[in-house]
Design a protein around this ligand. Structure first.
Ligand SMILES: Cc1cc2nc3c(=O)[nH]c(=O)nc-3n(C[C@H](O)[C@H](O)[C@H](O)COP(=O)(O)OP(=O)(O)OC[C@H]3O[C@@H](n4cnc5c(N)ncnc54)[C@H](O)[C@@H]3O)c2cc1C
Length: 425
């Protein structure tokens, strides 16, 4: 394709997947492209560390909003703080409304390449009773609400449930090797459960036996692979945790507990819930998405029908479970693909396909962490689980490196972390 000026690359979303994609495209393509990022907020929300801040009685709003405007500016990337309203894939335009002040009018922007990195909407509004009776740790607002309840004397010592709503994964364009997940992301319930169990003991408020972990699936965190899940469940059972599977979905939360669609219910004072990850409503019915609204791509993260449209992160249909580390792998692939199209890198270098592997570092409380590295769910053979203080330290260190590099941890950052954990712990 010939361009009259510099190719215009538009990236929708500036959190993990969007920010990483933007910065790697600049690295691969140099100054020969115009890059614009649109996000409704001018900061990156560092979601994975919310539980650590909350259990340490620190307001997560203070430490986990990383400003992105200057990082993008330093890389010569334009930033528009706006709400994306619509994508027109036929005319290559995106509609948006600036959100800096209310009352702005609708505008549009054209692109030569589009990267959809808008994540998903976490559908708490679909859980009856969540606003009044629910708790969660997926953003700093809700995190701070639970922090205050726990640390400021709200907790009366009652039972606690932690688990997920049913996730609805699309099937259109799904490769055979990609399993069907019944929960979007079950690392968080595990880490919240372990951390909260330790927190209860440390505060002389009980222990793991007050906590029930639940899952809509036959087993919790099944994407970690059978062997790891079996070890985890044995350990959790020995520590006193209760466990309920095959809940199907959450029917409602009440003052006294949680009701599931399989007809069962549990008594609970605190209901910590991870919801369904749903695509944004304007994504549904676009010709680039599956029947749920996640963007269909091939293994180079390119939409097969609209080859100048890519997706990375939670918005992509291939991202299952919804894990930031998968989005990071995809962001690097997208950057190489666009660089290949523009003649900046060879096909040989760019065309390495997406090979998912679950990498998850979770908090366990008392400055310990767990680490899971597994691809058995996708048909591979890697299955590693480790626990210890060093993993906790590396989880904190990764966040520091992420902040210091403005969301572009060096190429060796993640592999080095893996190497250290897998060989030195
Ligand atoms: C408690 C918890 C712990 C987790 N821990 C881990 C972990 O240890 N490791 C891991 O790999 N993953 C973890 N995850 C998952 C991880 O947080 C997500 O996979 C990751 O945030 C996805 O990144 P993303 O950029 O694709 O989407 P998001 O982070 O959701 O970002 C999407 C961006 O798009 C913007 N946006 C959305 N809609 C619009 C719109 N209409 N207009 C303008 N902007 C818009 C949003 O403001 C946001 O900045 C955890 C998740 C939770 C909830």
């Amino acid at each position: 394709m010939q361009y009259s000026g510099k190719p215009r690359i538009l990236i929708l979303g500036g959190n993990f997947a969007g920010l990483t994609t933007a910065r790697f495209i600049r690295e691969q393509c140099g100054k020969d492209v115009n890059i614009t990022v649109i996000d409704r907020k001018p900061y990156l929300l560092f979601v994975p560390n919310i539980p650590i801040e909350v259990f340490a009685n620190r307001n997560p709003q203070n430490a986990l909003h990383m400003p992105i405007e200057h990082v993008l500016f330093d890389d010569g990337i334009d930033f528009i703080q706006a709400e994306v309203k619509a994508i027109d894939v036929e005319t290559s335009q995106v509609e948006y409304v600036s959100v800096e002040r209310p009352g702005s009018s609708l505008e549009h922007i054209e692109y030569d390449y589009l990267v959809v990195a808008l994540g998903a909407r976490l559908a708490y509004d679909k859980i009856e009773g969540f606003g009044e009776y629910g708790s969660t740790l997926s953003d700093t607002y809700y995190g701070n609400r639970l922090r205050r309840y726990l640390h400021e004397g709200g907790y009366k010592g009652g039972p606690i449930v932690i688990g997920s709503s049913r996730f609805h994964q699309g099937t259109k364009g799904k490769p055979d090797w990609l399993p069907n997940a019944l929960a979007a992301c079950e690392g968080p319930p595990l880490e919240i459960g372990l951390s909260l169990g330790a927190w209860l003991e440390d505060h002389k408020l009980g222990g793991p036996n007050k906590i029930t972990l639940f899952t809509p699936a036959p087993v919790i965190a099944e994407d970690a692979g059978e062997e790891i899940v079996a070890k985890f469940l044995e350990m959790a059972g020995n520590m006193g945790y209760n466990y309920v599977n095959k809940t199907e979905d959450i029917k409602r939360l009440t003052a006294d507990g949680i009701e599931f669609t399989n007809g069962k219910s549990l008594e609970a004072e605190i209901k910590i819930v991870l919801p369904d990850w749903q695509p944004h409503s304007f994504m549904k019915d676009l010709p680039i998405v599956d029947e749920e609204g996640f963007v269909i791509t091939d293994l180079t993260m390119r939409n097969p029908d609209y080859p100048r449209i890519f997706a990375a992160g939670d918005a992509a249909a291939l991202t299952v479970p919804k894990l930031g580390t998968l989005g990071d792998m995809q962001a690097r692939i997208v950057a190489l693909q666009i660089a290949k199209d523009l003649g900046k890198v060879s096909a040989e270098k760019a065309d390495e396909p997406f090979r998912p592997t679950v990498i998850c570092m979770g908090d366990m409380g008392r400055d310990k962490g767990f680490y899971i590295h597994s691809d058995v769910w996708y048909g591979g053979k890697t299955s590693i689980m480790k626990m210890g203080h060093m993993i906790f330290a590396l989880k904190l260190a990764f966040k520091e490196m992420y902040y210091r590099t403005g969301g572009k941890p060096s190429r060796w950052g993640l592999p080095l972390t893996e190497l250290l954990i897998e060989h030195l712990t």
